[in-house]
Design a protein around this ligand. Structure first.
Ligand code: RFL
Ligand code: PHB
Length: 392
């Protein structure tokens, strides 16, 4: 097989890249290790920045998003028995965010790519990437138990944190930066109407809780748990009791319903530099991870891919310029580090550390009170949450 761009991974990054390239007349092949069903069911992100909605529209993959996405104009910050609503449009020149499940984005993009006859192969793990320092890279993958090869001009590593792309960059070139956190998130989907209009980010001495949603009928809820917590330790009644405690506010009640899905996610911050080497370009979680508190992971993945698609357009276009490809890593890393800091900041603002001293706790509450009282602090949170726009 041969193509212009070999894309490894059919998560949101790989699928959107394949669509944007197609729209620019560039051929690609997508190789995905897991089944289509698995990719379409994997519960993850839900909060989209305006720029993410815009790039999905540009790709022609936003019809259902425009019909079903829930536009949100702010978030609630809840702590110490008070609730502060932070309005976004008034603090960000009119910007807002949209709730639409990552699963739905993936379903929409797969359906569109399949409709257009894309070469998109599931159950096809890539085992090796060769020749990225030369001008004829080759991908080795396994399909139906048989090893095959794909020759290409460029390789897009969109294979997530545990993929094969990042380790292909020589160890003496790749620098990684990492931070782990002493907690994880337990996330559930529940068949019950959300008990809130906008998302609630709640700090309590028992730990962090988040009330999000997927639709007018489905709630998405998260609890901070120990990093080694097991699902078996969290029967439904314990989950609801803990959510009630952590989200408590006088005069407000949390509506409960059957839990249809549950999972535990470890939290980490991670950045790999550079995001490209020779003919290989990393995008999304393959290059960087953020703790989900800032709702940035998916948005960063989509932003990388937008830059990469434009750079590919220049390279395969009539001018044949490599400038965009050469600038790719630096262009992305500036936004990545801003999001890394914001995600780390939101995480430490809202989670309780197991070994936090009384001094730490008092400082944390003082910090929350400041964010909930100061217009400058709320404006800073808002402009980062909707996606910081450099130079505007
Ligand atoms: P993905 O989605 O991990 O996709 C990578 C794909 O590559 C495949 N793969 C391979 N394929 C072929 N050969 C190999 N050798 C391969 N190795 C791996 C994998 O099977 C997979 O299909 O990465 P991508 O596309 O970069 O997308 C990143 C996002 O998924 C991620 O950043 C977000 O989900 C993070 N995130 C959030 N981001 C937001 O912007 N807003 C949010 O509200 C938000 N909430 C969240 C989140 C992530 C969470 N979890 C579970 C980590 C909430 C949670 C709980
Ligand atoms: C979600 O709806 O899944 C979600 C929303 C906001 C976050 C993280 C996850 O910060």
């Amino acid at each position: 097989m041969r193509t212009q761009v070999a894309i490894i991974g059919a998560g949101p990054a790989g699928l959107l890249l394949s669509q944007l390239l197609h729209n620019r007349g560039i051929d690609s092949v997508v190789l995905e290790a897991r089944s289509r069903e698995y990719c379409e069911q994997r519960q993850r992100a839900g909060m989209l920045e305006q720029a993410t909605v815009d790039v999905l529209r540009e790709a022609g993959a936003a019809d259902r998003l425009d019909r079903e996405g829930l536009v949100h104009h702010g978030i609630h910050l809840r702590f110490a028995g008070r609730d502060r609503h932070i309005d976004f449009p008034s603090r960000t020149g009119g910007r807002s965010v949209t709730v639409y499940g990552q699963t739905e984005i993936v379903k929409d993009l797969i359906a569109k790519r399949v409709d257009e006859g894309a070469r998109l192969y599931f159950d096809t793990p890539v085992t090796a990437i060769e020749g990225i320092e030369g001008d004829a890279p080759r991908i080795r993958f396994v399909r139906d138990g048989v090893e095959e090869t794909l020759d290409c001009d460029l390789v897009a590593g969109c294979d997530g944190f545990h993929g094969v792309s990042r380790p292909t960059i020589p160890a003496d070139v790749l620098k990684t930066y990492e931070r782990s956190y002493p907690f994880a998130w337990l996330g559930v989907l529940a068949d019950v109407a959300p008990s809130t209009d906008d998302l609630i980010y709640a700090y309590s001495e028992r730990g962090f809780a988040l009330h999000s949603m997927r639709s007018a009928q489905v709630s998405r809820l998260y609890l901070q748990v120990d990093p080694d917590a097991k699902l078996a330790d969290w029967p439904d009644e314990r989950i609801w009791a803990e959510l009630r405690e952590r989200l408590a506010l006088p005069g407000w009640t949390l509506d409960e319903g059957p839990i249809s899905e549950r999972g535990i996610t470890p939290m980490r911050s991670f950045v790999a530099e550079p995001m490209s080497f020779g003919r290989l370009f990393l995008a999304g979680d393959a290059a960087h991870i953020v703790p989900p508190t800032g709702a940035k992971g998916l948005n960063l993945a989509m932003a990388d891919v937008r830059v990469l698609a434009d750079a590919c357009g220049e390279w395969f276009g009539s001018g044949g310029s490599r400038d965009g490809l050469d600038a790719y890593s630096d262009a992305c890393l500036r936004r990545v580090w801003r999001a890394e800091h914001f995600s780390y900041w939101m995480t430490t603002l809202l989670h309780t550390g197991v070994d936090a001293s009384e001094f730490d706790r008092r400082c944390q509450v003082a910090h929350l009170e400041y964010v909930a009282d100061s217009d400058a602090a709320m404006a800073s949170l808002a402009e980062n949450y909707v996606g910081y726009a450099w130079g505007s």
